[in-house]
Design a protein around this ligand. Structure first.
Ligand code: UDP
Ligand code: MG
Length: 314
């Protein structure tokens, strides 16, 4: 298999016939073996019926359906599990992304050696309330991740197979796939200006809440990638610093009380700072221990460290 096109969809029945025909036409045009993986994210319209009909006459279509709506990240994650093409391309189902970009994306991965190529909707056909917050979002993500992409959240992306097999996404993390990929060790990340059409059928699935969730997810992945496997380094050091500061304060107050002037400890505001600092420090430390236990318990059940090559090991 050369190309896997993964399409997450939620209530997109009107677009599907046109979309699958278009993808097939383009892939047949470049003469590469391909598969179209449709992931129905628990649609409540007749998307699945349409998919069943389409797959009867188009053998390239593979599909799964979630029992309920889990979100685009979950859909992509499962699509990635099934994909077997040398190049994996993701695309929205609503015909806003153009299958005509597939050949060039394919070439960028196979010939130019990119691990991941993200589309850039340079001229974007969406309303203002989407484009403006998205600029801010892209700016922050660019600063934090130091990946020079203009459009992190573009649904149209291409990957080496190895990349999609190495990453796990859930929540709303599909917006940060380039960031996750980079932190997993795939550094050659490129960008391609892509066509973007207005939504033809149906309506958008995302409101303003996505920005709140988006930022929370950015925090989670930053934390998980930096300290997920060694939480004690964060909590332990913060906790120790706080505790130590509190201890110094208490020591000073004790010294002052016995050797300088007699006073009631509780009359000094500093006393409360010292107390609070020691209590919080201890708690952070304990949190670190718990986090270590959780992380240790999860080890072995999931992919731990990305291994890119091995010799004589089955
Ligand atoms: N989608 C999905 N599950 C969801 C929400 C959206 O699979 O819970 C799909 C949707 O069907 C579309 C893609 O994700 O194929 C992008 O969604 P949408 O076009 O609504 O986002 P927008 O382009 O408005 O940002
Ligand atoms: Mg869309």
């Amino acid at each position: 298999m050369e190309i896997s096109v993964v399409v997450p969809l939620y209530n997109e029945s009107e677009s599907l016939p046109e979309l699958t025909d278009w993808i097939s036409k383009v892939c047949n045009g470049v003469n590469k073996p391909f598969e179209i993986i449709l992931v129905d994210d628990g649609s409540v319209d007749n998307s699945w019926d349409i998919i069943t009909q389409l797959s009867a006459r188009n053998p390239s279509i593979k599909a799964i359906k979630f029992r309920r709506n889990y979100g685009k990240s979950a859909a992509l994650n499962e699509g990635f599990r099934i994909a077997s093409g040398r190049v994996v391309i993701t695309m929205d189902a609503d015909l806003q992304d153009s299958p005509d970009e597939i050949p060039q994306l394919y070439e960028m991965i196979t010939e130019q050696g990119y691990d991941l190529v993200s589309g850039w909707k340079k001229k974007r056909n969406d309303p203002m309330n989407k484009t403006l917050p998205s600029k801010l979002f892209n700016y922050t993500t660019r600063r934090i991740s130091k990946i020079p992409l203009h459009d992190f959240n573009c649904g149209l992306k291409a990957y080496k197979l190895e990349v999609v097999k190495a990453i796990e996404i859930h929540g709303e993390m599909h917006r940060y796939i380039p960031v996750i990929a980079k932190w997993t060790g795939f550094r050659k990340i490129g960008e391609k200006v892509v066509h973007h059409y207005e939504r033809k059928y149906g309506r958008t699935k995302y409101g303003l809440s996505r920005f709140v969730k988006g930022y929370l997810d950015l925090l989670s992945i930053t934390f998980a990638s930096r300290f997920g496997k060694r939480p004690m380094h964060l909590f332990g050091s913060l906790g120790s610093i706080l505790f130590f500061a509190g201890f110094l304060i208490a020591a000073y107050l004790t010294y002052a009380k016995f050797f300088q002037e007699a006073y009631k400890m509780t009359e000094r505001p500093l006393f409360y700072f010292g107390l609070l600092s020691m209590v919080l420090g201890t708690q952070l430390f304990m949190t670190g221990f718990l986090a270590e236990l959780v992380s240790a318990a999860g080890r072995g059940k999931q992919q731990d460290y990305g291994i890119s090559e091995s010799i004589n090991i089955k």
